[in-house]
Design a protein around this ligand. Sequence first.
Ligand SMILES: Cc1ncc(COP(=O)(O)O)c(C=O)c1O
Length: 399
Amino acid sequence: MKLADRVNKIQPSPTLAIDAKAKALKAQGVDVVGFGAGEPDFDTPENIREAGKKAIDAGFTRYMPVGGADDLKDAIIAKMKRDHGLEYTRDEISVACGAKHTLYNISQALIQEGDEVIIPGPYWVSYPDQVVLAGGTPVFIMTDESTGFKITPEQLEKAITPKTRYLILNSPCNPTGSTYSKEELAALGNVLLKHEQVLVVADDIYERLIYDGLTFYTIAQVVPELKSRTIVVNGVSKTYAMTGWRIGYACGPKELMAAMTKMQSQSTSNATSIAQKASVEALNGSQDAVAAMCVEFEKRRTYIVDRLNAMPGVSCFKSNGAFYVFPNFSGVYGKTTPAGKKIENSSDFAAYLLEDAKVALVPGVAFGDDRYARLSYAISMENIKKGMDRIEEAIKNLK
Ligand SMILES: Cc1ncc(COP(=O)(O)O)c(C=O)c1O
């Protein structure tokens, strides 16, 4: 069949593909340890589930305003004020079917053919492809452990051109887990202040999953002068273990929110009515479950980083957010597997681990740097231990 060219311009999400492969092997009875997951292994908290059930029974099952129900918008407004001291009105909020969909709407509403979007790397897999789908050009600023996987003001200054439409800032970051401090955001903000045409998309989806006593800041809170050209993107997926409910949102200039809502009115219409009610409870209700989840994630992060750093040829930056580590495995490249295959890159290494050790992780090449791989610690401690033992053994078996 003849398909539109745009289909061939992008890749299917590699993270979802790895996760699906691990799940399929598990379904066949293979004992796979899957470090590919991009979602918490906890259940959606009970109060939120109950709110969803109540919404069904109350008949809250019909079409909704495209850009989100007023009570959800009000809960988002209250959250932005409470957590970040940022004030928004209802027409400055747009609710979509997940943060991914929100980011897609932003790219479709903002990017003209040939516009550039600055993406710090290693980056979340969907950013570049969404930009390409909208006719834009991703401009990468690559980082590594030497700056804690964070871009510097100098790098940002160099990357900005007259064609730059926006910068995507993702903190805490998928895949590196790195988190920008208040001072670092202020320094980046100072660069952005000099370039009035550049907007900032702050993808704050992991904001609550932060460790080592750090405090989360979003750039519009640190540099208030930037608020009028910042779009905050967030959602309930990661914080409240609600990945399947599909609710995400943006807070930003009302012209843009109206444009995104207009585009959405011709695609998905509103996000699910029931999930919107559950999200009101997530944002307004008890936050105890989030705190408990963070305690568990932090323990796992520390364990996994220590184990990886003890393996020969592996070094792992101790990140302090999200639920990912991004170890550098390039020290094992050049070695040969027991079956006689040379490991040349992150894809070879991931394939070797899946075949020989029954461990699934996502090769770093998917995130823009082939030296690394991403491991999610959103799996039980027991499985993390088992997986670490297997990786250690698999590395020992390389010649
Ligand atoms: C950095 C980042 N942004 C956005 C999303 C999208 O989240 P959702 O569409 O589930 O709200 C993800 C999910 O993996 C992510 O890692």
